[in-house]
Design a protein around this ligand. Structure first.
Ligand SMILES: Cc1cc2nc3c(=O)[nH]c(=O)nc-3n(C[C@H](O)[C@H](O)[C@H](O)COP(=O)(O)OP(=O)(O)OC[C@H]3O[C@@H](n4cnc5c(N)ncnc54)[C@H](O)[C@@H]3O)c2cc1C
Length: 280
């Protein structure tokens, strides 16, 4: 049996773009939006970075009319680790393609060794494009300042906790502190941000966002919730039913191991799911 079927099918929509698009169509039928991610990261070969770039461009063109053409990319798969110029050229190509089809591109945030560079490239791209957004990770000490700057600049931000293991010199380690930092950043983005995405499965943060938006009279149309494919499916529909925008991150492709590993590390129930299927 294909290993994807055994291990990762809960978290990854399939190996081919068509698999992800089918998942996107199923979500669309329920009023849920999607952002599609061709899995891949840490590419150190220029030809492979070019192939990853072309795959994202193809994907943008494949998404049928009627479904938002929204993709998420990891710049480390577009040559970020080779040279800044190569990465800028590749990502600009994707943004041109997105612009031509009315699409939007979100730059995922990776480990902290890339944060400064990722934000720098994003600012460079923003001089020429308005169809690009960034991810900021609440656990990083620097993020409160990055959020302030993003609000000042009118950048579109997805706020998440941060999925990478980071040292205490760079990031908060305690979950209560990470939640508090997330909440402070989310409030700032909700108050003055440009259509922020609140990306979490953490019910205390989802509920906190709803309560804050209600108290501040922030319309549900001014932000969206984002969750990952395969996690808390029931909650997606509840939120849509209550009038909130919800977008699901739909990953696909053959390079699923690092993504899958991060999901397992986050939550022991995810490991139990895999073990149950392995012994079935
Ligand atoms: C759309 C999206 C995009 C992301 N993009 C990035 C990115 O670019 N860079 C990055 O570093 N990270 C990214 N992440 C990952 C993120 O940083 C976290 O690692 C991940 O979301 C886990 O944190 P959490 O806040 O969702 O909840 P967790 O800290 O995993 O869980 C906290 C609590 O939430 C509840 N919960 C969690 N999962 C479930 C479940 N399946 N069912 C019921 N309750 C549950 C439980 O109460 C749990 O105790 C993204 C996440 C999302 C949702």
């Amino acid at each position: 049996m294909n290993p994807l079927t055994i291990f990762a099918s809960r978290f990854v929509a399939g190996e081919r773009p068509q698999d992800a698009i089918r998942a996107g169509e199923r979500l669309h039928a329920k009023g849920i939006k999607a952002t599609f991610d061709k899995l891949g990261e840490d590419v150190l070969d220029a030809a492979a970075a070019k192939r990853a770039t072309e795959a994202s461009m193809e994907l943008l063109k494949l998404i049928p009319k009627g479904i938002e053409r929204n993709v998420s990319i990891k710049m480390s798969s577009m040559g970020q680790g080779i040279s800044r110029d190569l990465c800028l050229e590749n990502v600009s190509g994707i943004l041109d393609c997105a612009k031509a089809v009315g699409g939007f591109v979100r730059l995922d945030m990776e480990g902290s060794r890339l944060t400064e560079d990722t934000i720098g490239i994003f600012h460079e791209l923003r001089k020429r494009y308005d169809n690009v957004g960034l991810v900021l990770q609440a656990m990083l000490h620097r993020t409160a300042d990055d959020v302030k700057e993003a609000v000042r600049r009118g950048d579109r931000i997805r706020l998440c906790k941060g999925a990478y293991r980071e040292p205490a010199s760079v990031a908060l380690q305690d979950m209560a502190e990470i939640r508090a930092a997330f909440t402070a950043c989310a409030h700032r983005l909700l108050d003055k941000g440009s259509y922020p995405a609140i990306a979490t499965h953490d019910e205390s943060l989802v509920k906190g966002t709803i309560d804050y938006a209600r108290a501040q009279k922030i319309a549900a149309s001014r932000f969206e919730f984002q969750m990952l494919y395969g996690l808390r499916r029931g909650r997606w529909e509840e939120l849509v039913g209550a009038g909130y925008n919800v977008r699901i991150y739909v990953p696909f492709g053959t390079h699923w191991i690092p993504y899958f590993y991060r999901r397992l590390r986050e939550r022991k129930e995810n490991i139990a799911f895999v073990l149950r299927n392995l012994f079935r």
